[in-house]
Each structure stands twice: as structure tokens, then as C-alpha cells.
Design a protein around this ligand. Structure first.
Ligand code: GYE
Length: 333
């Protein structure tokens, strides 16, 4: 009998100790309280950067920015390129875990499969910062499973593209939408932002919406096919510039004049896109800033200092159309 009471007492004390430890945090803020792996302060870190693919200027600019910033701070950067494959990206994160990097910067290809990679890194005691794309928040949570997300507000990007298109077409358009990579957060949110903005505008009609995987040639092929079914199209909304440029090629091949017969709007703000605006082929592009290096490494250092890291750090985005493309092209990537 006495022994039972003793067991109950010990269990209660253990529970109390676990609860108190969980509430501690020692000034680390939300990000360090909920079981996130810690980052010990060091002069130089060995960090991983898992890139999705390198088939467009946006990705190349992002990689260059990360490499430059790592070099500037004298950090070792373990860089991988998943070449557009989720399986490869998961394996890339595994190899970073095996190499015992201090922290992983992950640009996840899609929301669900890469959320599992975040959990694996956490289990191995390696903190993760998400760059430019997010993961499924029901599987992995900021401040708990990964430190936080740095990137653009994709819903707002979609809204801004829609707003420009409504003005440019007088609120009347037959639209083909070229979506980004299936299951990726920018594709999901850029679609949502655009759809929400036009939902009470009955003359803005999306007649087809298909993925071009954020790639120029895929965008061109998909546009060629969709044009056959919808020769009456008057507008294109592409989730990135590369697909918009592909769509321009498809329209020209079909004998249409982009910028006149068909108005095009996209997202990213690449040099090629600004040139297409100057040439009168692309109407406008919402900037999505790829230069993550300084902010990414500042966030790493802030985390190591025990500062509270927000769940989302949002990059401000500019906007380019015929009024500023010529003045801005020299600064574009
Ligand atoms: O718009 C696109 C890239 O995830 C925000 O991915 C990024 C997007 C960007 O391949 O061009």
C-alpha cells in the first residue's frame, strides 16, 4: 500500500518537473521553447543549403546570394541541388544530417513530402530555416519543428497580379492560368490570391488552369496545347516569369501578338521578364525577391543568440510594368 503511494508521488513529481522544463525557455522566446533543436554560438558555422532546382534565373540568383553571403562570413556551405526531384531533395537533407551540419536552409520543392524532411532534421537535432517555399503546417510547425520561414507573401503576389490584369483589361478577360509546381506553396497561394481577387468579377473568366512546373519550356508546351482548346484567350496569368516567357513563344508560334491580342501578367521580376515588358510582350510582373543571403544568415545568427524568430519573415516585393521596367532592368537578376 505504502509503496503504491510512493510510486504515485514520484510520478507526480516527474510530471511537474517535465511541465516546468517545458515552460522554461530561458528567454529564448517562442522558437526555442517548443522543443526546437538549439544552435550553439560559434564563430563559423557549417550550414546546409538544399536547393530545389537550378533551371531558371530566380534559382541561380538565390543560390549565388546564399553562396556569397556564406563566403563573406567565412562559413562552410554544404550545397545540394535536387534537380526538381522530391526524392532527391529528401536524400539531400539526409546527407546533410549525416554530415552533421549546424543548421539546414531548406527551399522545399513541395509542401507535404518535404515536411517529413524537416521532421527528420529535427529528430537529428539540427535546426531548419525554410527559404522561399513553405511546408504543410499540419505536418511541421514553425517555432516547433523548424525555426521559421523567410520569403514572399504569395497570396498577395497573386492578388497584385489580378489587380493589374483587371485594370489592364477593363475587367473583362478570358484567362489561361499557368500554375507553378504542383503542391508547392507559391503555386497554391498564387492561385488563391488571384482567384480571391477576381471571384466577384464575373467577366474575368479563367477558362483553363494547368501546371507548367515553373519552367519555361513546360510553360510553352502547356500553352500550345491549351491554345488549341481556347483560341479565344485574351489573357494569361503565369505563376512565374519563365512560364510567361514560354507562353509568349507559344502565342507567337500560333500567330498571336502577345501584349496586344493577349495580355500577360506574371511573377518574379527577372531580367528576361523586364526585357519582355520593354519589348511590349509582357504586361507586368510582380517581383519575388530571390536575394535571400543576408537575411538568411542574419536569422541564423539571431537564433544562435537566443532571439525570438517570427514564424514568417516576409520579403517586400516591388512591381514592374511599362512605367519602370527600363529604369529597373539594370538591377534585375
Ligand atoms: O517564383 C520560381 C521558382 O519558390 C518563390 O520558385 C519561389 C518560386 C519562384 O522556381 O521562379
Amino acid at each position: 500500500m505504502k509503496r503504491n503511494w510512493f510510486v504515485i508521488l514520484v510520478s507526480l513529481l516527474t510530471l511537474l518537473a517535465v511541465t516546468l522544463a517545458g515552460c522554461g525557455g530561458g528567454g529564448g522566446g517562442a522558437s526555442t521553447e517548443a522543443g526546437l533543436p538549439k544552435l550553439t554560438k560559434k564563430d563559423k558555422y557549417k550550414v546546409g543549403f538544399s536547393q530545389v532546382e537550378s533551371n531558371n534565373p530566380w534559382r541561380l540568383a538565390q543560390t549565388a546570394s546564399m553562396q556569397e553571403e556564406a563566403a563573406k562570413r567565412g562559413y562552410e556551405l554544404v550545397y545540394t541541388d535536387a534537380a526538381g526531384s522530391e526524392a532527391k531533395q529528401i536524400a539531400d537533407v539526409d546527407s546533410m544530417i549525416a554530415q552533421k551540419v549546424d543548421l539546414i536552409f531548406l527551399a522545399p520543392r513541395s509542401e507535404k513530402p518535404l515536411a517529413q524532411a524537416v521532421l527528420k532534421a529535427k529528430a537529428a537535432g539540427i535546426p531548419v530555416i525554410l527559404l522561399d517555399r513553405n511546408v504543410d503546417q499540419t505536418i511541421a510547425k514553425p517555432g516547433q519543428d523548424y525555426i521559421g520561414f523567410i520569403g514572399s507573401d504569395f497570396i498577395e503576389e497573386g492578388q497584385r497580379a489580378a489587380e493589374w490584369l483587371v485594370n489592364a483589361t477593363g475587367g473583362k478577360a478570358t484567362i489561361i492560368e499557368l500554375q507553378g509546381t504542383v503542391g508547392s506553396s507559391p503555386a497554391i497561394d498564387r492561385k488563391k490570391g488571384f482567384d480571391d481577387f477576381i471571384k466577384d468579377k464575373p467577366d474575368m473568366k479563367v477558362v483553363a488552369s494547368e501546371t507548367g512546373d515553373f519552367a519555361r519550356d513546360k510553360g510553352r508546351q502547356v500553352m500550345e496545347t491549351l491554345l488549341q482548346a481556347h483560341p479565344d484567350v485574351t489573357a494569361v496569368y503565369a505563376h512565374n516569369d519563365e512560364m510567361a516567357i514560354g507562353a509568349i513563344a507559344a502565342l507567337e508560334a500560333a500567330g498571336k501578338v502577345p501584349g496586344k491580342d493577349v495580355i500577360i501578367v506574371s511573377i518574379d521580376g527577372s531580367k528576361d521578364a523586364l526585357q519582355a515588358i520593354i519589348d511590349g510582350k509582357l504586361g507586368a510582373t510582380v517581383e519575388c525577391n530571390p536575394r535571400f543571403g543576408p537575411k538568411a544568415f542574419d536569422t541564423l545568427e539571431a537564433y544562435a543568440n537566443g532571439e525570438q524568430i517570427p514564424a514568417k519573415i516576409i520579403n517586400p516585393d516591388k512591381f514592374y510594368d511599362s512605367s519602370n521596367a527600363a529604369a529597373e532592368i539594370a538591377n534585375a537578376y
